[in-house]
Unconditional design. Structure first.
Lengths: 336, 294
């Protein structure tokens, strides 16, 4: 419990730190935020400018502004997008489910594939399979993901026609009633199998593209984690009992190698978020990655800060969960 | 009496088993990395001599597919993509080297101070690294660049902001563990000053891990800069830059050559640095070795 408490305290501190970074970055921006935020209205409507300045305390000293900023955040106010002229929070809540669906699928693919390849690599260490897998995994972490997306879309959609092009569903297909916002899950819940198939077809290519980096990372990580334990005494004992090698590896080796692999989870999440910013717009995937991309290219600062803040908060929560999971998987550092 | 235990001084740089580093360089992966990286460095130096066209010269021959006269085709302004891809190396490679050097210097000094002095110095530096690590790299780099205004200079600054902490942490950890090690205590007991102990006994052992990290980060720097330019936050047109060229390629989807070749340039450069960094790690840390494990 003590461990949990310390981690929670660190989580809160880090959260406050993140808001501080976002606040400082917002302060760096040259020019008048009221004019930037209100656009045309700033010239036509002095009262709106005045209201804006008062709302954000722009005429007050910086520490007071920061406290006001925190108050706004606490009530869920992330400011107004300069592009959509809607609250950033409204934009985010609209786009989060699409990214969540993509990110979760991609991380699942990466873990299954990465751990399998890593085990294979370790079992066949120093043989040809291992060397080939080493080059492949280094290729995965060297790949500019936005380029991979472009090439994959060109080959599998444009040339081969194996996957549908862009978006989350075929034209004319309506999403199942909104429950989770994840189209595949909602479709299954509603029992609409055709919608599920369409959603899954649209999901598979972007999810695989986003998984490339993490597959490389996890292959390497799993390999070294497995090699750490593969010749331990208890593993030898299992072999000596006459247990088939497959069972030895899957039951005894993997069990011991799993905790370090789990710690990659946080990093894997960060990589996927990085990927969505660069890739979603190529697939016309209506998630926060595409939102961030459009905000970046149009310099919509409140939106950029909103996305950054949101992703950072989710990221530290993910890291927290990974820490807890680590304790669950490794009995030596049980949380309770 | 010498205060320097010679065999251990370079323990981090050269493996205790003689010849390990030498043989690491003869591995296929290291050779591939050197050839690829060397080729790109040669291209960056010689590009005025080898690029067939002016990378900025616009012609009326728009969207030409790759052919003998335009190896990689032409873009939406009729510029030769082959020449632009080659010229872009002059931007990305020096910037990557500059960035990593600066990150090593800043992170190394801060981490060294934190590890050596501990206390509040350590606390301040480490909390700062925590803050940077709380963001996925490109998210923070994107926010920093957008706040400062989109330009190549600000993108470089942003990458620096996200890169220094890993060096600070590695150097801090090493300095801390080495600072308590017997051979440093021995040196201090023999009368070596703290500065001498730091420079002569600690620094050489920090060099190895930092070198591995720096080599891998050369690739990461190229990737991140290209990513920021892809977002329109880095190099501005008409400067030839790989990331922004891929971005243009996404707008002309059917003209596959516009995005494919610049992206391939990124991949090959990053791959070269990753091959080298990985081979280096093998040589310096036998435990994580992909190579011979007896």
């Amino acid at each position: 419990m003590r461990f949990l408490g310390r981690r929670l305290a660190a989580l809160v501190l880090l959260g406050i730190g993140i808001t501080f970074v976002a606040f400082v970055l917002t302060e760096l921006v040259p020019g008048d935020p009221a004019a930037a935020n209100l656009g045309q209205r700033a010239i036509a409507d002095p009262a709106a400018v005045q209201a804006f300045r008062e709302h954000y305390g722009l005429d007050k000293p910086l520490p007071v502004q920061y406290v006001l900023y925190l108050e706004h955040l606490a009530s869920g106010d992330l400011g107004q997008s300069e592009q959509s002229h809607r609250p950033v929070r409204t934009d985010l809540s609209e786009f989060v489910p699409a990214t969540a669906e993509l990110a979760v699928t991609s991380i699942l693919i990466a873990f299954v594939l990465g751990i399998s390849l890593g085990i294979l690599s370790a079992v066949r260490r120093n043989r040809l399979t291992d060397q080939v897998l080493r080059v492949i995994s280094l290729g995965g972490i060297s790949m500019p993901v936005f380029w991979l997306a472009l090439v994959a879309l060109y080959v599998f959609f444009f040339k081969l026609g194996w996957v549908p092009g862009s978006g989350r569903l075929d034209p004319g297909v309506l999403p199942a009633p909104h429950v989770t916002g994840l189209y595949t899950v909602d479709a299954l819940l509603a029992g609409q199998f055709d919608v599920f198939v369409s959603a899954a077809q649209h999901l598979i290519l972007p999810a695989c593209v986003l998984a490339a980096y993490n597959v490389g990372l996890l292959t390497r990580f799993t390999r070294s984690a497995v090699l750490e334990v593969i010749n331990n005494d208890y593993v030898q004992a299992a072999r000596a009992k006459g247990m088939p090698e497959r069972t030895v590896v899957l039951r005894h080796v993997l069990r011991a190698a799993l905790p370090p692999i789990i710690t990659v989870g946080g990093l894997a999440f960060a990589n996927v978020m990085t990927g969505t910013v660069l890739v979603e717009s190529i697939f016309a995937w209506p998630g926060i990655g595409q939102y961030a991309f459009h905000s970046a290219t149009t310099l919509d600062l409140p939106a950029i800060m909103g996305v950054s803040l949101f992703v950072a908060v989710v990221y530290i929560v993910v890291n927290f969960v990974v820490d807890i999971l680590y304790g669950v998987v490794d009995p030596r550092i049980r949380v309770a | 009496m010498s205060a320097q235990p010679l065999p251990l001084r370079f323990a981090g740089v050269f493996s205790r088993r003689p010849g390990t580093l030498g043989s690491a360089w003869r591995q296929p992966l290291a050779i591939a990395g050197m050839v690829l990286g060397g080729a790109w460095i040669a291209i960056a130096i010689l590009v005025p001599l080898i690029a067939p066209y002016n990378p900025l010269a616009q012609t009326s021959q728009l969207f030409l597919a790759p052919s003998a006269s335009h190896l990689f085709g032409t873009d939406e302004l009729g510029r030769d993509i082959f020449s632009r891809v080659l010229w872009a190396s002059r931007l990305s490679l020096p910037l990557a080297f500059f960035l990593v050097t600066m990150a090593v210097l800043i992170g190394g000094v801060l981490g060294g101070l934190a590890g050596y002095f501990g206390g509040w110095v350590d606390e301040v530096v480490m909390r700062a690294t925590d803050l940077v690590f709380a963001f996925p790299t490109i998210i923070l780099a994107m926010a920093v660049t957008a706040a400062l205004g989109p330009s190549l200079r600000n993108a470089v600054l942003a990458v620096l902001v996200v890169f220094w902490p890993s060096y600070a942490r590695v150097v801090r950890g090493l300095v801390m563990s080495l600072g308590q090690s017997d051979y440093v205590s021995a040196a201090r007991l023999l009368g070596a000053s703290s500065r001498r102990a730091l420079v002569v006994d600690v620094l050489p052992n920090v060099a190895g891990p930092v070198l591995v990290l720096a080599t891998l980060d050369l690739g990461n720097a190229v990737l991140l800069l290209a990513g920021l330019s892809f977002l329109g936050l880095g190099a501005q047109p008409p400067t030839p830059e790989w990331g922004s060229m891929v971005n243009t390629g996404t707008q002309y989807f059917e003209r596959w050559w516009m995005g494919t070749f610049p992206g391939f340039a990124i991949l090959s450069v990053v791959l070269a640095f990753n091959f080298l960094g990985d081979s280096l790690r093998d040589a310096l840390d036998p435990r994580s070795s992909w190579a011979v494990q007896r």
